[in-house]
Ligand binder design. Structure first.
Ligand code: GLP
Length: 241
């Protein structure tokens, strides 16, 4: 793992943005794996600004998002569809027909998972996969568990994840209990993985991901098996390394 720790938010954002922009410059048809959460927000804002200035184009690229809540309408303020539109897609020239996000409202979720995997198989591999990390070491919504799921699947979110997500909803009852997530297997197929983490509350998860045993109890630790992972951290998230 290549670990880069930054003192300044500005440098963290610039490093992540540079990785995506240089990929698109060398391969305009790049397949991007995108993440939600607060960690990539600065990068998305910077990409939008660069697009506005004509410094980058997504016109031939395609994107696959990691996950989506089950049962939230796409236009719900907290859906990941809405998050991505609001924070990135509406500001850039990525062709909507090449944007992919799991449909958490599909009538047949099993079929939806299968068709997401088929798309990834046909159009992949993902060239650059952005990841955040949960407090419990989850990536996408692959929660700590005794077993590893090899394909896109519906996951029951753990209590700690529900608690972390509660801040975005008016009450605990409104927090979605399930999500559709790409598997760790699909994530590991990406050519390059860029894991982002900011803040002291991520320090334990980062330590476990980097130095801990490789275990499904910390899904991010499975990234140790991948040959091309870059961690972009702020000082607080990297303080236990
Ligand atoms: C959610 C997402 C994850 C993301 C995590 C971290 O759980 N499903 O993909 O990595 O949030 O979010 P943040 O970047 O806000 O800490």
């Amino acid at each position: 793992m290549n670990i880069l720790t930054f003192n300044q938010e500005e440098d963290f954002v610039q490093a992540g943005t540079n990785l995506i922009v240089s990929l698109l410059q060398s391969n305009p048809r790049a397949v991007l794996g995108l993440a939600t959460g607060s960690s990539p927000l600065g990068i998305y804002a910077r990409l939008a600004k660069m697009y506005a200035k004509g410094l980058v184009s997504f016109a031939e690229a395609s994107s696959y998002n990691l996950d989506e809540y089950v049962g939230l309408s796409e236009d719900h303020p907290q859906s990941y569809h809405n998050f991505m539109n609001h924070n990135l897609f509406q500001h850039i020239d990525l062709d909507p027909s090449r944007i992919h996000i799991p449909n958490g409202n599909a009538e047949d979720l099993e079929a939806e998972c299968q068709s997401y995997d088929n798309l990834l198989e046909e159009n992949g591999p993902i060239d650059l996969q952005l990841l955040g990390i949960g407090h419990n070491g989850h990536i996408g919504f692959n929660e700590p568990s005794d077993h590893l799921n090899g394909s896109t699947h519906v996951v029951d979110l753990l209590d700690e994840t529900l608690a972390a997500n509660a801040r975005f909803f008016t009450s605990m009852d409104d927090v979605p209990k399930q999500a559709v997530t790409m598997s760790v297997g699909s994530i590991l197929k990406a050519r390059q993985i860029v894991l982002l983490a900011r803040g002291a509350e991520k320090a334990e998860a980062i330590k476990a991901a980097v130095h801990g045993p490789i275990t499904t109890q910390c899904p991010a630790s499975l990234l140790q098996c991948h040959p091309n992972v870059i961690l972009l951290l702020d000082q607080a998230a990297g303080r236990l390394l």
